[in-house]
Design a protein around this ligand. Sequence first.
Ligand code: CXF
Ligand code: ZN
Length: 372
Amino acid sequence: MTVSAKVAVCRGKDAPFTIEDATLDALRPDELRVRIVACGVCHTDLAVRDGQLPVPLPIVLGHEGAGIVEAVGSAVTAAKPGDRVLMSFNSCGDCPSCAVEAPTYCYNFFPHNWSGTRADGSPTLFRDGAPLHANFFGQSSFATHAIAHQRNVVVVPESAAAIPLERLAPLGCGLMTGAGAVLRSMKVRAGMPVAVFGTGTVGIAAIMAARIAGANPIFAIDINDDRLALARELGATHTVNARDDVAAAIRAACPAGLGYALDTTGIARVIEGAFDLLAPKGKLAMVGASGPEATLAFNETAFMGQGRTVMGVLGGDSDIGPFLHELIDLHVAGRFPFERLIGYFDFDAIDAAVHASETGSVVKPVLRITPE
Ligand code: CXF
Ligand code: ZN
């Protein structure tokens, strides 16, 4: 059976998103059809719109979808019709990374997330009878309905029945990335100093996670004073405007250096500066996107001689289901109050939501698409 949907079509950098009629393909055995209630806007959506990632245009973006399952293929066990679900990235389930529950590093990430079609090349979406690129992160949730997959949906537990899906939607990317970098990738230890460079969704999620881990002190660094004030309310013990002498401020409070540093900016000199601030055995994780030509330089003596670790991190090393449940439990317990980051927009105000993300007036814009 095919199903009609309204979808927001992205045609590139200089074009507005346009809401158009489309038709979903029939479900395959391992797929689900989800009515989308809400979807967060992530910087990766905008990087694709701007041609910075190898994703074909025009396409239907959106990869922080939350909704209600309407139908499932014959082999689906992950959810059933009527379930409230979150969607995240997709993965193959067969490669060496997926075999060790590290699906963010799936060897087949591109065909399952960024090819604009299913991994076998078939389209999931049509407009006027012709294929339209979709299946972005295995969902394309800037739409009233999406085809998702057995491996990228997570059922919201009963314990969160009172939490609206429109609030939970961003867990599937930005929030899990920041929290996972702290709790899963670096495994931050209680009582150790942490610095987070950049206070967008990922950075503030990391700061909240650092507080959960018992880190101390927790530095937030950014050029935006409003964001720094929010970071302080949500866990930062120290804030530093990046226009000031960041190294001096951190060294004054932490003469031995940082146990952990997280870069969300992707700026080489910020990353190198963070490395220079590490204590012995210190860990530096990088989650920010840099240009394709970017390289980094670290002092070898400090690197080896102090047993430091530098790690690239994708998606907070999330294994999706278990980690999203852990974050939902923390939210229900009031320890991960990410609702403070969200600003809501109607679906047809998608360009305003994107603008709010780009200007920084809203940390995490979320589109309200159909009523829960
Ligand atoms: C992704 C990167 C690959 C793993 C999941 C999260 N980031 C999206 O914005
Ligand atoms: Zn994202």
